[in-house]
Design a protein around this ligand. Structure first.
Ligand code: SAM
Length: 258
């Protein structure tokens, strides 16, 4: 079958990589794995060895000729756009201990998928995704690196994120234009104490113009308060957002609330 570029179809053909990805997922027979975009089922087949419940979301109904062979009493496929899926409803009759979400994601909607999953507030333990390597770098960046951005901090609010390993272009058919990497999201057990919506606005505003200083990006904020936090950490008034850790952004948000 011809791969549909518009659906981000690059199928995994390297069995070593498939085994390596599956090895990262600690699910057992009492758990539930949600797989996003199973395609021809290369990863699904391997995941089935764990004997967990598996629920797949695949937008392309043409994949049913491959996926039908994998369906049984513990493996289900829903043909739907993941961005419209009512996952909480779909899993409500499945009993499980831990929920894992995995997928070799369609790269054209990586961030929308992750944001959508967060918005559903699922009881997820870990998520393991194949993403474009550059995106993996952005999601896992530390301060003072060029990839550090508001999305890094947004995701960090919910998850500890690790880049596990790179995956060569040659592991796919068709071969994609970009390099890939596997990343693992582990749900943070305690969320940071901050006004979440205001904090997300602060980080978005702080990184609005990357070349500008924090002060220039935060013209509408009470900078006298922010300066107190910068002084405490011996940071210059001309500091840029990319130099600030999560802890400092949280301190800034909390002082702005006072
Ligand atoms: N898991 C397979 C593999 O590793 O070989 C396929 C991965 S391929 C990169 C991405 C898969 O996501 C394709 O099967 C594609 O049809 C599916 N897909 C694309 N957009 C989707 C969406 N909005 N919702 C659900 N699946 C989608």
């Amino acid at each position: 079958m011809k791969a549909k570029k518009s659906l981000g179809q690059n199928f995994l053909i390297d069995n070593n990589i498939i085994t390596k990805i599956s090895g990262v997922i600690n699910a057992n027979n009492n758990d539930l794995i949600i797989e996003i975009g199973p395609g021809m089922g290369a990863l699904t087949k391997k995941l089935k060895e764990k004997n967990a419940n598996i629920l797949c979301y695949e937008i392309d109904k043409d994949m049913n000729i491959y996926l039908n062979k994998l369906i049984d009493n513990k493996t289900k496929v829903i043909y739907e756009d993941i961005l419209n899926a009512d996952i909480n409803e779909d899993i409500k009759n499945i009993s499980f201990n831990n929920l894992y979400i995995v997928g070799n994601l369609p790269y054209y909607i990586t961030t929308p998928i992750i944001k959508y999953l967060i918005s559903l507030n699922l009881p997820v333990k870990e998520m393991v995704f194949m993403v474009q390597e550059e995106v993996a770098n952005r999601f896992t960046s530390k301060p003072n690196r060029s990839y550090y951005s508001s999305i890094t901090l947004y995701l960090k609010y919910y998850f500890d994120i690790e880049k596990l390993f790179k995956v060569s272009k040659n592991s796919f058919n068709p071969i994609p234009k970009v390099e890939s990497a596997i990343i693992k999201f582990t749900k943070r057990t305690t969320l940071v104490d901050v006004n979440k919506e205001a904090y997300f606005k602060l980080i978005t505003d702080s990184f609005k113009m990357k070349r500008k200083t924090l002060k220039n990006n935060l013209k509408d904020y009470d900078f006298e308060k922010i300066k107190k936090v910068l002084d405490k950490h011996n940071l210059n008034i001309n500091v840029r957002a990319e130099e600030l850790s999560e802890e400092i952004f949280i301190e800034i948000q909390n002082i702005l609330e006072k």
